[in-house]
Design a protein around this ligand. Structure first.
Ligand code: ADP
Ligand code: MG
Length: 729
């Protein structure tokens, strides 16, 4: 601190002291308290100055988290010699001359306080070689150095072009500030994040970032936003981001937004800019998340890089000196502009998915190219999943992407798992129709004279043997019986097992189900013996389907399944929660068995820097799951074996998702996979689909709640109904 103008001992409160103007260094130090919070804020000010000066290339170097050195060098227009001192010692700016200009700020800086503030709390030097005005003629370079706000020396210097700012020992004279800094690596990370925000806003400007002698990243000039994001975020995320550009009532919102299936539990990849300025704005964040309504869970956040452009008079960027907050004149208009823009991007996704799903991803026989994923690739939307999804496809729908041919049933140890090295699962023979020991055998038979067919707690469910531990599945394509290695005998020989083949034809399915039910249910087990299982036509096209003593009645709001149990109970199921639970249990079961299959040709996965770190953390767990992995030098992962339950492309997707840091734990990962693959709310189901779903659900442990803990089922018995109707107290 400059002590010349302050007394070392605080004056007594009663003592009258004369009013005096603050000395300039102190003024600057007070301003520094607001502008210069930490090394990252210094970088922000300096790089913005470089950009304001029209630089096309900027190099940033820090040492020790920025505490000992911050250096920014640009090729911008420079500062004339006679303005150097003014620029670093007094609130002086070349950017705003009057109030009118202040209202229409087109540049980053405008207060003229950054350089003097920084110079007041550091050892500061600026060297500049301004444009000579004549092309090809370099002008003379000058420098000025300042220590803790006091000019030390100035004079000629050697610099070819642009400006070089060097800051050493930041906060050297303000120990209190130093105490607020975090560890050097944390501060370095903040510098890097902040510079990245600037680099994303200006992909035309070349930027490098180095820590000491090590170059952390280099963005060449004239890149695209996607190019830059791909350096910062894992490809699993950036490859699938959707572009948008939407203009509405003078507001333009453009950028890239994440695929809903890539959502993550933290909002740290939601980035916003207003007129090119990085902002943390709740309104824009809410508008973005609202655009994803129905596609994300409440605790999920999409990735987004969104740029809002509007008339500078409609926004006040002057709220805070650090300038990452703005105030909008018309919040509603901003909300709508942002929301519509993102919705537009997501709508394009639906169209794309429909097109792809129209090609029937389940029948394409050739294994997909394992090469670079296509940018902007869509995925089959749940809304367009083929009929039969629940019954047969579920058993292998472990990952959301299903572009490959049907894969053979994963087999389990207790049914004689056969490892088949050399057989690529994607190319294995089509799966055979296996008669699954199905729903009905797993439903506890109601004690005679009661209607309690649906277990009310998980213990009851767990106690019921579910022979379907093989993960066997059927295909809707007629296929010859498969080799026995893939057809565990326990499946077909299960006594009283019933098969429910959900096929694409409604007639066939209903007839099949009716037959199956009759085989399965001896008449005396139900009171309603003449029609234990079958379909009735209801009004409005709904068809009732019997599943044991359950009668599926129809769908409410394309979300809730209405079921009558026996004669006396109303059961409502949440179709998403129900399906999520089915998938979760299956994924967890398969993963925990840890069975591995060797790949004939190991896959090689490029590893992004962020992914390598994550890989180290998860190495053991991945091994336990059945992955056999090997790192290949830096930047590449060799996958030699994968879990038996996953196809090669699923395994690849799984690795990419888990390594990209979207989820924190394996359980989260399973839940995420289940949620993404599961049928969504507000999706129409045919009666057969609904019945198939219910049948699957009935043999699933922990069925009453979804993996996130929401209830999957709500029940009302006669008693409850009578209370609802106030027949009973
Ligand atoms: P502001 O950016 O708010 O104007 P600063 O204190 O950051 O205030 O900078 C003061 C002035 O110094 C700027 O207005 C600009 O004219 C000049 N300046 C600062 N950095 C550079 C640079 N890298 N290249 C050219 N001119 C610069
Ligand atoms: Mg500035």
């Amino acid at each position: 601190m400059t002590t010349a103008h302050t007394t070392s001992a605080a004056p007594a409160p009663s003592e009258r002291r004369q009013i005096r103007a603050l000395p300039p260094e102190l003024k600057n130090q007070i301003a520094a308290g607001e502008v210069v919070e930490r090394p990252a804020s210094v970088i922000k000010e300096l790089v913005e100055n470089s950009m304001d000066a029209g630089a096309t290339h900027i190099d940033v170097t820090i040492e020790d988290g920025g505490q000992t050195l911050i250096m920014v060098r640009d090729n911008g227009s420079g500062i004339p010699q006679d303005e150097l001192e003014l620029a670093v010692t007094r609130h002086a700016t070349s950017k705003v001359y009057n109030l009118d200009e202040l209202m229409r700020i087109g540049s980053y800086g405008f207060r003229g306080e950054a350089l003097p503030s920084i110079a007041s709390v550091s050892s500061f030097r600026i060297t500049s070689a301004p444009d000579s005005g004549t092309a090809g003629v370099p002008s003379d370079a000058y420098q000025i150095s300042v220590l803790h706000g006091v000019v030390q020396e100035q004079g000629p210097a050697a610099l070819h072009r642009g400006t070089l700012v060097e800051i050493r020992n930041l906060f050297g004279n303000v120990p209190a500030r130093l105490k607020f800094l975090k560890t050097q690596s944390t501060e370095a990370k903040r510098c890097q994040d902040l510079l990245a925000r600037l680099a994303l806003a200006r992909p035309d400007v070349g930027i490098t970032f180095s820590i000491g002698k090590r170059e952390v990243w280099r963005f060449p000039a004239n890149q695209t936003l996607r190019d830059r994001l791909a350096v910062l975020w894992p490809p699993a995320i950036t490859d699938e981001m959707l572009a948008f550009d939407h203009i509405r009532q003078g507001y333009r919102a453009y950028g890239l937004t994440g695929h809903p299936q890539k959502a993550q539990p933290r909002p740290d990849r939601m980035l916003f800019w207003v007129n090119g300025r990085a902002v943390n704005d709740r309104l824009m964040m809410r508008a973005t998340r609202d655009a994803y309504k129905g596609r994300l869970l409440s605790k999920e956040y999409p990735q987004v890089a969104l740029f809002l452009e509007l008339d500078p008079e409609w926004v006040d960027a002057n709220v805070h000196p650090a300038k990452n907050e703005v105030r909008f004149r018309d919040e509603n208009a901003v909300y709508m502009a942002v929301r519509r823009a993102v919705e537009q991007a997501l709508e394009s996704l639906t169209t794309l998915e429909q097109v792809e799903a129209g090609q029937d991803p389940f029948t394409s026989a050739a294994p997909k190219d394992m090469g670079t994923p296509r940018a902007d690739s869509g995925r089959p939307a749940p809304a367009t999943k083929p009929l039969g999804f629940w019954g047969s496809m579920d058993d292998r729908s472990v990952m959301p992407q299903r572009h490959h041919a049907p894969v053979p049933a994963p087999t389990s140890a207790d049914t004689g798992f056969v490892q088949t090295p050399g057989v690529r699962r994607d190319m294995a023979p089509a799966a055979m129709p296996v008669h699954e020991p199905d729903a009905f055998s797993a439903v506890p038979q109601p004690p005679r004279g009661t209607t309690a067919a649906m277990p009310r707690n998980t213990d009851e469910a767990e106690a019921t043997p579910t022979p379907d531990t093989t993960g066997a599945f059927r295909t809707t394509e007629p296929a010859p019986p498969a080799p026995s290695a893939y057809a565990p005998s326990t499946v077909t020989q299960e006594p009283a097992a019933t098969s429910v083949e959900i096929e694409t034809g409604l007639q066939a399915t209903s007839a099949f189900m009716a037959q199956a039910a009759q085989d399965a249910m001896p008449e005396e087990t139900t009171s309603d013996s003449t029609e234990t299982f079958g379909t009735d036509n209801f009004s409005e096209g709904d068809t009732a389907v019997r599943i044991g003593d359950l009668t599926y009645m129809g769908q409410i709001g394309d979300t809730y399944l209405v079921v009558r149990q026996g004669r006396d109970k109303l059961v409502l199921l949440d179709q998403h929660a129900v399906h999520e639970r089915i998938l979760y249990q299956r994924i967890m079961r398969d993963a925990s068995q840890g069975l591995s299959q060797l790949l004939a040709i190991p896959m090689s996965l490029p590893l992004h820097a962020t992914e390598s770190t994550r890989l180290q953390e998860l190495w053991t767990e991945l091994g336990e799951m059945g992955f056999s992995l090997q790192t290949e030098g830096s930047g590449s992962l060799r996958v030699k074996g994968i879990p038996a339950s996953l196809s090669q492309s699923e395994a690849r997707d799984f690795l990419r998702e888990i390594l990209s840091g979207q989820v924190q734990s394996m359980e989260d990962m399973w839940a995420l996979m289940a949620c993404k693959s599961a049928i969504k709310a507000r999706q129409k189901l045919t009666p057969d689909e609904a019945a198939g779903l219910i049948a699957q659900w009935l043999k699933t442990p922990d069925r009453t709640y979804c993996p996130h803990g929401r209830p999957a089922v709500v029940q009302f018995d006669i008693d409850a109904l009578e209370k609802l109707f106030k027949r009973k107290g």
